[in-house]
Design a protein around this ligand. Sequence first.
Ligand code: AMP
Length: 147
Amino acid sequence: MGAYQHILLAVDFSGHGGTVAQRAKDLAEKYQAKLSVIHVLDNIPMPDTGYGTVIPLDKDSCYELLEAEKVKLMQIGDQLGVAQVNRWMVWGAPKQEIVELAERERVDLIVVGSHGRHGLSLLLGSTANSVLHYARCDVMAIRLLNG
Ligand code: AMP
């Protein structure tokens, strides 16, 4: 049995995601581990009413955005050969949702890019940094130099 049994790839669909995805796939093959993939929806506008999360005002454009994100997740899942049940699209703050899913699904390695949409000027992007701090399993940040 390999060192890792369940690897979680976090994807934000930024330009260099392919490098990160390929590394996660290689690791899953090397360790014969289960591979899961998560995308957190954090860019779909949700009005803050003070009563928690509610349906967005413009339902049609929100639905289109959701569908587009889902298609991208399915494409990555197909490319990597990830089983349908291991493809996750959740709503919320990426740093929190990635760590929570990893705990719930007994992931032992999370793979993220060192930068995504949020952190090109930093050594480590904000999501990557947070996951590294709060995850209770190993985290591999794939170093990405350029956007
Ligand atoms: P950041 O720290 O936000 O620049 O992003 C670094 C890495 O965190 C990305 O390369 C992804 O692996 C992961 N990440 C960022 N945002 C998301 C998201 N919305 N859903 C899933 N993973 C994400």
